[in-house]
Design a protein around this ligand. Structure first.
Ligand SMILES: Cc1cc2nc3c(=O)[nH]c(=O)nc-3n(C[C@H](O)[C@H](O)[C@H](O)COP(=O)(O)O)c2cc1C
Length: 209
C-alpha cells in the first residue's frame, strides 16, 4: 500500500534508515517486485539493461552477508571513534552504524544491485557509464520502497569482501560488479524529515564553476 506522500515528499524524506527498521515484520515479495519494476524504469547506458538485483531473504545467506558487512563496519567504527568523540553528528551516525552492525542479519531483506561488466581500473568514462547504469535504478528502488512504508540504507561496507559475497550469492564475480547492499524492512513509524544539507549556493554552479 502506498503512503500518502507527494513525489516531493518521497524525494525529500528517503533517509538512511538503520535504527527504525522493523526487524520483526516480514516484507511481502509482491511489494518488492513492485519496487523492482519501478527500478527497471531507470535509464541504462545504450539501453543495455545490464542490471541485476539479487534479493536475499534466506536467513543463512543474510547471516553470511551480515558477517562480511560487520567486519568492514567494525574497522569503520574504529577509524571514526576520534571524530565521533569530537562531533555530535558523527557520533549519531557511528551509533546508528553500530546498531545496524549488530542487527544486519536480522533485517528481513538484503538487496544487492549488480551490473554486468567490470570496470576495475577502467577510464572514468567507462566507470561513469557502468555505475550510471545501476545506481539510478537502485535509487529508484529505494524511493519506491519509501513510498510503500519500507526503509532502506545505501551501504558499501560488504564490497571490501565483494568476491566472498559473490561466492555466497552465486554472482559471477569476473563479469558482474556489485554496487551496494541495501537492507530493506518496514519502518517503525513512517514520519521522516528532510535532512540538513549545505546551502544550495555552495554546490550549485551556474554557467561555470
Ligand atoms: C556511496 C554511499 C556509500 C555508503 N556506505 C554506507 C555503508 O557502508 N554503511 C552505512 O551504514 N551507511 C552507508 N551509507 C549511508 C550514508 O552514511 C548516509 O547516506 C548518511 O548517513 C546520510 O544519511 P541521510 O541521507 O539520511 O542524511 C552510504 C551512502 C552512500 C551514498
Amino acid at each position: 500500500m502506498l503512503l500518502d506522500l507527494t513525489p516531493d515528499a518521497v524525494l525529500a524524506t528517503t533517509r538512511a534508515v538503520r535504527k527504525r527498521l522493523d526487524l520483526t515484520r516480514p516484507v511481502e515479495r509482491a511489494v518488492l517486485e513492485e519496487c523492482l519494476r519501478l527500478a527497471q524504469q531507470a535509464p541504462t547506458a545504450s539501453y543495455a539493461q545490464n542490471w541485476h538485483f539479487v534479493v536475499i531473504t534466506d536467513p543463512k545467506r543474510r547471516a553470511g552477508l551480515g558477517e562480511l558487512w560487520r567486519g568492514a563496519a567494525r574497522s569503520y567504527l574504529e577509524r571514526r571513534a576520534a571524530a565521533a568523540a569530537a562531533d555530535e553528528r558523527i557520533a549519531r551516525l557511528v551509533d546508528a552504524v553500530r546498531y545496524l552492525a549488530d542487527h544486519i542479519h536480522e533485517v528481513p531483506v538484503h538487496v544487492v544491485p549488480c551490473v554486468e561488466g567490470r570496470t576495475d581500473r577502467a577510464p572514468v568514462v567507462a566507470q561513469a557509464s557502468r555505475w550510471g547504469s545501476i545506481i539510478p535504478a537502485a535509487w529508484s528502488f529505494m524511493l519506491a520502497a519509501r513510498a510503500r512504508g519500507l526503509g532502506t540504507v545505501w551501504t558499501t561496507f560488504h564490497l571490501r569482501r565483494e568476491r566472498e559475497a559473490a561466492e555466497l550469492l552465486g554472482i559471477p564475480f569476473e563479469s558482474v560488479m556489485q554496487a551496494a547492499l541495501i537492507p530493506v524492512a518496514y519502518t517503525v513509524g513512517t514520519d521522516f524529515k528532510p535532512a540538513a544539507r549545505h546551502p544550495l549556493d555552495t554546490m550549485a554552479h551556474w554557467d561555470r564553476w
